[in-house]
Design a protein around this ligand. Structure first.
Ligand code: HEC
Length: 131
């Protein structure tokens, strides 16, 4: 009995104290830290011109980024993947969605860097900040 309680207690404590770090929220990396490459931006531009520009201008994306302030890039990427382009959601390749996010970030003043934006590795740990 006693051991079970102790185990549950430890489990709760570890959830409270360890999870935020384990989930990557302790690292404080943001889209301002050079988390996508120039080649991703270059690849994202034609995708944007062909598939995203018809319905909203860059000002719209700026406001969208503001509304995602403090949330992981992955969440916005997933939202775009599931709903955009609005006339044909999910029609692009995964890489094209990633490139277009890099392009939108770049157009809103965030710097290119050495790191490649990748939904399978780092994207959940990088937070959006308001442009
Ligand atoms: C056919 C028109 C159309 C196209 C093309 C389109 N969108 Fe959208 N988009 C919409 C509509 C409609 C909304 C939701 C209503 C609104 O907020 O204006 C929206 C909303 C969004 C949002 C805000 C969602 C949120 O939760 O913050 C983002 C970001 C976005 N679109 C990105 C894109 C990207 C990236 C592309 C290109 C891959 C794209 N859109 C192509 C019509 C379109």
């Amino acid at each position: 009995m006693f051991n079970t309680k102790k185990a549950v207690f430890c489990w709760v404590v570890s959830l409270l104290c360890v999870t935020p770090v384990g989930a990557g929220f302790g690292q404080g990396k943001t889209v301002d830290d050079g988390v996508f490459t120039q080649s991703q931006v270059d690849a994202g531009k034609p995708v944007y011109d062909n598939s995203c520009k018809t319905c909203h201008d860059m000002r719209f994306y700026r406001d969208a980024l503001k509304s995602w302030d403090g949330q992981p890039v992955l969440w916005m990427w997933e939202a775009i993947l599931g709903t955009m382009p609005a006339d044909n959601p999910g029609s692009l390749m995964l890489e094209e969605y990633t490139d277009v996010v890099a392009y939108i970030l770049s157009e809103n003043g965030f710097p290119v860097g050495e790191e490649t934006l990748d939904p399978d590795s780092n994207m959940g740990d990088i937070l959006i900040v308001s442009p």
